[in-house]
Write a protein that binds this ligand. Structure first.
Ligand code: EPU
Length: 420
């Protein structure tokens, strides 16, 4: 009857250890970055998630050899320039919006690219104008027809690129384009996300000359060629926050081994205000919670602010908190879809434009609900862990796009969740 669902039943407490995997939002860009240098690259700490599989298929479709993920290792062999087809077809781009990050490396190294235009998303309209404007400033020419963007360039030239907004993937794209551009590129208003730092670290190990990654001004001195590398993917801060929220929602205590603590300042501050006890350990975080959660106000912002990706977990925690909270979404207009599903589970939430007013209730009640994107679906799974009765969450495959063995790992710390 259900072929894309989780069944979740309430638990009293979670206890144990969860190892945090490599970051989805880093590994996909690192995979694209391999296109910049021929030879065999090895990525370590790669999560076994559907998005990595799709990105692997995308690279394979261009003529790149990509292994399976074995013990967190992914080997990618990029052939000579004349053996690459610099094209990202609709069938794959449609499955994974992040595939737009192949545009920068393709234009830069192959001087031409054809990439299907990514569609919308379940949390709103997601344009790519920042990507195209920035790459045009570096000397790429674009034409759009039949749903594809064709890019050509006689060769990219470094210059000053000012991003209208510190877009995460637009920064990734410009960074990857500029490392092989002639001369110096300055990226102003760059995204400061930890995954941008990780990408810059890999590119630097490949021989790129980059200064200022992690700040809003990145300076790149173009080089003629890059070398293949072995690189370890940064840990997933969103996964770590998801597991911390699971403790807040159900109570108990978890050790989150490998959590990238130094990149989680603001979210840890907020989780602390909500009532979680958080201790930094030598290799991650210890999170515990035994009391009722407290209401707080939160607004999402680009890093180092509270990321929009954390918001569904924070909202879910606040549905059970003592008091009234206001949560403001500043990045994606439509990213409150799961709120209707939480209401079906008994949450008291009113949305007004990009604000949500949440009145905490003592208990949620299990229901049939639908997850519409990775984070929304994961948040509804957590809600089910604290809800009376049974929750059937459809849209399980969204969770599998970004979390390795989500149900198994949560079961290992006491959750009652099963893939149907
Ligand atoms: N925007 C534009 N034009 C553009 C690009 C972005 O108007 O050309 C707008 C967006 O519509 C949005 C804002 O700028 O309102 C910020 O978007 P950004 O470009 O920073 O988002 P993204 O790079 O497309 C990444 C993550 C998202 C995460 C956001 C915000 C990846 C693959 N995706 O998206 O992750 O929510 O940054 O931090 O890195 C997820 O993991 O679930 C996820 C959606």
């Amino acid at each position: 009857m259900y072929d894309d669902a989780f069944r979740i039943r309430p638990v009293s407490q979670l206890h144990g250890t969860i190892e945090i995997k490599g970051a989805k939002n880093s590994v996909l860009k690192l995979m694209a970055a391999t296109l910049l240098a021929p030879g065999t690259h090895v990525l370590e700490n790669v999560p076994r998630i559907a998005d990595v599989t799709i990105m692997s298929d995308l690279l394979r479709s261009m003529g790149v050899e990509v292994s399976e993920v074995i013990d967190g290792r992914l080997s990618i062999t990029v052939p000579r320039e004349d053996q690459i087809t610099p094209r990202a077809p609709y069938e794959l781009v449609e499955k994974i919006r992040a595939s737009i990050v192949v545009l920068g490396p393709l234009v830069s190294r192959y001087r031409r690219a054809e990439v299907s235009m990514p569609g919308g998303d379940d949390f709103g309209h997601r344009p790519i104008d920042f990507h195209l404007n920035a790459l045009e400033t570096l000397g790429a020419n674009f034409e759009a027809s039949h749903g594809y963007i064709s890019a050509t360039t006689p060769g990219l030239l470094g210059t000053r690129v000012v991003l209208e907004f510190p877009s995460h993937t637009a920064t990734d794209n410009v960074l990857m384009a500029s490392v092989l551009a002639k001369g110096i590129t300055i990226i102003e208003n760059a995204a400061r996300e930890p995954e941008v730092i990780d990408l810059a670290a890999m590119l630097s190990a490949m021989g790129a000359k980059i200064h200022g990654a992690g700040t809003s001004r990145i300076e790149v001195e173009g080089v003629d060629q890059l070398q293949p590398v072995t690189h370890r993917v940064v840990a997933d801060r969103v996964e770590a926050a998801t597991m911390a929220a699971a403790v807040g929602i159900t109570t108990g205590s978890l050790e989150l081994v490998g959590a990238p603590v130094s990149y989680m300042d603001m979210v840890l501050e907020k989780l602390g205000q909500i009532g979680l006890e958080i201790t930094k350990t030598s290799n991650g975080l210890h999170v515990s919670c035994f009391d009722r959660l407290k209401a707080i106000d939160v607004a999402t912002l680009p890093y180092p602010g509270v990321a929009t990706d954390y918001k569904p977990f924070i909202v879910t925690m606040l549905t059970l908190a003592d008091g009234v909270s206001i949560v403001t979404e500043n990045l994606f207009s439509g990213r409150f879809k799961y709120v209707d599903e939480l209401r079906r589970m008994g949450a008291d939430i009113r949305t007004e434009g990009h604000h949500a007013v949440i009145r905490g209730v003592p208990r949620l009640s299990g229901a049939q609900v639908k997850g519409s994107d990775i984070r929304a679906a994961a948040a509804l799974a957590l809600a089910g862990m604290a809800a009376e009765g049974e929750t059937i969450l459809s849209g399980a495959s969204h969770i599998e796009r970004g979390y390795e063995d989500f149900a198994d790992r949560l079961r290992s710390v006491g959750a009652d969740i099963e893939r149907l």
